[in-house]
Each structure stands twice: as C-alpha cells, then as structure tokens.
Design a binder for this molecule. Structure first.
Ligand SMILES: Cc1cc2nc3c(=O)[nH]c(=O)nc-3n(C[C@H](O)[C@H](O)[C@H](O)COP(=O)(O)O)c2cc1C
Length: 166
C-alpha cells in the first residue's frame, strides 16, 4: 500500500496543472490556500461550475464551508511568490497573508487577488468529504479576466511556464 501511495504521488506529479488560490471571506473569517486541484465541471448548468479539493484540516476549507462562498484565483505565471505565500511555504503567519498582496472584494465580497489571470467568484453549491479532502463544488457567479493570459503551472514538483510546441 505504501508503494502504491508513493507510485500514485509520483504518477500525479507528472501531471502539470495550473495553480490557483482559493480565497474566502465572510462570517467564518478571511482565508486562502494554494491549490492545484481546481477543475472545471460544467459550463452549461444554471451557472457554470467548478470544483476544488481541499484538505479537511485546512483553515481555508472550514472558512469556505462556513462562508458558503469563495473565489478561485487562477495565478499568472509571474505569481510564484503568491503561490508560496498561500501554501505556507514562506514562513509568514497565516493571519497576515492578505497584508502581503494587493486584492479587492468581488461582486459577492470574495477576495480577488490582483494580477491573477482569471478570477472565478463562486457560491458554494455542494461539498463531499472524501477520505482526507473536501470536494468543494461552486456555482460561478462572476468571472474577471486579466489581459495577461499566461497561467502559472506546477509539475514534477516545480513551478513552470507553458511553452508552445510550434
Ligand atoms: C502548487 C501547490 C498546489 C497545492 N494544491 C493543493 C490542493 O489542491 N489542495 C490542498 O488541500 N492543498 C494543496 N496544496 C497545499 C496547500 O497549499 C498548503 O500547503 C497546505 O494546505 C498548508 O497550508 P495552511 O498553512 O494554509 O494550512 C498545494 C500546495 C502547492 C504548493
């Protein structure tokens, strides 16, 4: 089983993903966490929808569940330091993360990070606790697009930029 787990982690590390920060604000507090699990679910429901998988012990997961809203901030390729900030990799106190960066409140009050390439403001639609992670599905109520389109990637345990094959 240990071997299966490590082979699973190695296999998944080869899948380059884009990097986002899931942020939330409201009665359960302001919080944010770096995620690679942001996934589009449907563009054609009553609202477009997306999902994120967040560890059940993450304070950001508890805050999203309590606030019933969040913003998925798809990071620009220049925002490696923002990814590290919200992954707790730079030793900053969790409480001061939002003081280190520029952000503004969106349509429904969720923190939208400046310079993110796309910002999806969501109302919580449904949640499933699967093993260690909450699978959090959001109904998208607003999309804010930057003119800078290149997203930050993470693969083989390092940040990367997409390079065209042509
Ligand atoms: C590139 C990258 C992607 C990550 N993706 C996820 C993810 O999808 N879900 C998750 O729960 N944690 C993910 N993490 C881990 C969290 O960002 C973070 O390290 C952990 O939750 C501890 O943060 P905390 O100090 O806010 O608790 C990722 C970290 C990095 C650097």
């Amino acid at each position: 089983m240990t071997d299966l787990r490590s082979r699973f982690l190695e296999g998944m590390s080869r899948a380059a993903t884009f990097v986002a920060v899931a942020t939330t604000d409201g009665p359960s507090g302001r919080s944010g966490v770096t995620i690679s699990s942001l996934t589009s679910v449907s563009a054609d429901g009553d609202h477009p929808s997306l999902l994120a998988c967040i560890h059940h012990r993450s304070p950001a997961a508890a805050a999203i569940l309590g606030n019933r809203a969040f913003c998925a901030n798809l990071l620009h390729e220049s925002q490696e330091s923002v990814a590290n900030l919200f992954a707790g990799r730079d030793g900053q106190d969790r409480a001061t993360r939002f003081d280190q960066i520029s952000w503004s409140a969106g349509l429904i009050g969720q923190p939208m990070l400046d310079q993110a390439t796309a910002r999806f403001e969501c109302k919580l639609a449904t949640v499933l606790l699967w093993e260690t992670h909450y699978i959090i599905v959001g109904n998208v109520v607003g999309v804010d697009l930057s003119d800078e389109t290149a997203a930050l990637l993470y693969g083989q345990r390092a940040y990367r930029k997409a390079v065209g094959l042509g």
